[in-house]
Design a protein. Structure first.
Length: 143
């Protein structure tokens, strides 16, 4: 994501991060900061306790946008990849609830995180085709 013009990704924290919070919370950007709603902590979260991000190594954002009327959930790894146990849970949830899922993997080169992420879709074939097209168009999942 980009915060006030600065690229932010693993290994390159937001310049407003104090490691304990935000040093300009009142003026944080609307998107992604104000609109950010961690899926584990929202009211009536469907995530089980073990899916807390520091344990499951994934951050889930429910209903990031709509695709053909269906809410699309987004899952991003804490680190490089979402662990298999967490990803399996998310895929089952997507199938049961008929909610297309986008999950990402952080690109690494020579042991260093890069700005780019790979996207993967779980859902109908048409959704996956759209996902490939959006990536080709350079669409961002974040502001
Ligand atoms: S709330 Fe936004 S501006 Fe503040 S530290 Fe987090 S990402 Fe940066």
């Amino acid at each position: 994501m980009t915060i006030q013009g600065v690229p932010v990704y693993p290994g390159r924290p937001c310049p407003h991060s104090t490691r304990r919070g935000c040093d300009d919370y009142a003026n944080r950007p609307v998107d992604p900061c104000v609109n950010f709603a961690c899926g584990w902590i929202i009211d009536r979260s469907p995530l089980p306790d073990w899916m807390k991000p520091d344990n499951a190594r994934v951050i889930v954002l429910f209903s990031k946008f709509l695709w053909q009327g269906a809410p699309v959930d987004l899952a991003v790894p804490v680190g490089r990849r979402i662990p298999p146990r967490s990803l399996t849970w998310l895929r089952h949830f997507a199938e049961e609830r008929r909610r297309p899922l986008i999950h990402t993997e952080q690109v690494m080169e020579e042991g260093r995180f890069q700005e780019q992420q790979r996207w993967f879709g779980h859902g109908p074939e048409a959704f996956q085709r759209d996902l490939v097209r959006w990536q080709g168009q350079g669409r961002s999942l974040w502001s």
